[in-house]
Ligand binder design. Structure first.
Ligand SMILES: [Cu+2]
Length: 412
């Protein structure tokens, strides 16, 4: 069975297995009886049919037994339903909003996210609502599936005993891009969740390398502001040249790269930076390979995967993610079959249909506004009129989205 991470869902699995077990048992029983009757009461063995009337015991058994089975199955279903419906007191609350074709999760402190983050082992109450049509919130790993009807607020609760990433689907057909309505449930350790929850919107979470360096006390001696009395400063050092002194007293100049930094952390005494003493302890064996990679990447201005840290992101990108624009539109490269690319769209010549009539135009500010608020007013060439109207956005969000599209460059 699909992995299951929710204790209350254990009862759902149990009820499912019990009902399945009974169904198989009854199927086997009926089949065996049928075959036996075929053999025992065929025409050759019993050419004359018997007409049996009034058997009180038979009537009692065939009434009582199925009733007991049905009530028993109802009971197993009912107890698991109750476990899923009884929301623990003091559960953390998250608003879940569905729209064609995206999800938006809003936390008690006002933080919003297109993915659902929850802390490990903490009950979470989900307040479910829909902005447009009927959707259904489905987390297979939680065995939770709940319809979301416009104008009606429903709730559900979840709790995870396992860290990791799990799928969230919409399980109610809700229009052409229903299949795009997929997101992730991310279960984090309590502390990491708090860090994520309290990070300002758009603010990157703390790089792991920085945490490692703090934990190992690197900043007790090294500074990050270019100053250094007892140890060389560590800011903006990638690719710079340093003079080092080898144990024999020979001076040499080295370029600060990953190899040098690893040597300097593992065994600093072997290459002492000119002008400083041999005071730093070797961290070889003390710092794991992973921690060292993280620290080195941080010092070189790289992310954990070793790629350059991304340039600051446009605040509108977060809005575009939250509002689900990026479920269909791409922000770099060519248009997909789902929707026109937003890359270089601003100010470019566009072709489309206005009430069925072919027209050409320019993707200016007014066009971008209209295309978000009332997408049916101008349908881009080669596409169907499928985008839902975003006529409930506040002015600030709308401006943010337009400015984000403009930031992607123009006149492709
Ligand atoms: Cu849906």
């Amino acid at each position: 069975m699909y992995p299951q991470i929710f204790s209350a869902a254990r009862e759902v699995d149990q009820a499912f297995l019990i009902i399945l077990g009974f169904s198989v048992l009854i199927l086997v029983l009926v089949t065996v009886c049928m075959l036996w009757f075929l053999w025992r009461y065929n025409f050759r063995r019993s050419p004359r049919a018997a007409d049996i009337r009034g058997n009180v015991w038979a009537e009692i058994i065939w009434t009582a037994l199925p009733t007991a089975i049905v009530l028993g199955l109802f009971w197993t279903g009912w107890t698991s339903f109750k476990a899923m419906r009884t929301i623990p007191e003091g559960a953390m609350e998250v608003q879940v909003e569905a729209r064609m074709w995206s999800w938006k999760f809003t936390y008690e402190n006002g933080k919003t996210s297109p993915e659902l983050f929850i802390p490990l082992d903490v009950p979470v109450k989900l307040a479910l609502s829909s902005r447009d049509v009927i959707h259904s919130f489905y987390i297979p790993a939680m065995r939770v599936k709940w319809d979301m009807v416009p104008g009606m607020e429903t709730d559900a609760w979840i709790q995870s005993d396992t860290l990791g990433e799990y799928d969230i689907f919409c399980s109610e057909y809700c229009g052409l891009r229903h299949a795009n309505m997929i997101t992730k449930l991310k279960v984090l350790p309590g502390e990491d969740f708090e860090t994520w929850l309290n990070a300002a919107p758009g603010e990157a979470t703390k790089p792991r390398g920085l945490t490692v360096m703090e934990e190992f006390g690197c900043f007790d001696c090294h500074a990050m502001d270019g100053t250094g009395d007892i140890a060389p400063p560590l800011n903006d050092i990638a690719g710079t040249t340093r003079t080092i002194i080898l144990p024999g007293g020979e001076k040499r100049s080295v370029t600060v790269d990953a190899g040098y930094l690893k040597r300097a952390i593992s065994n600093p005494g072997a290459e002492i930076v000119d002008g400083f003493g041999d005071d730093m302890p070797p961290y070889e064996g003390d710092m794991s390979g992973e921690d060292m990679d993280a620290a080195v990447n941080y010092l070189l201005g790289l992310d954990e995967g070793g790629a350059p840290l991304a340039a600051p992101v446009h605040p509108g990108l977060r809005l575009a993610e939250e509002e689900g624009c990026l479920m269909c539109h791409v922000t770099s490269g060519d248009s997909t079959e789902d929707a026109p690319s937003l890359d270089g769209l601003y100010g470019s010549e566009i072709r489309g249909r206005v009430s069925g009539e072919e027209q050409t135009g320019v993707a200016d500010d007014a066009h971008l506004h209209t295309s978000i608020v009332d997408p049916s007013a101008w349908v881009a060439d080669g596409y169907d009129d499928v985008m839902p109207a975003y006529d409930d956005l506040d002015e600030e969000t709308l401006e943010g989205l337009v400015s984000f599209i403009k930031s992607l460059g123009g006149s492709r």
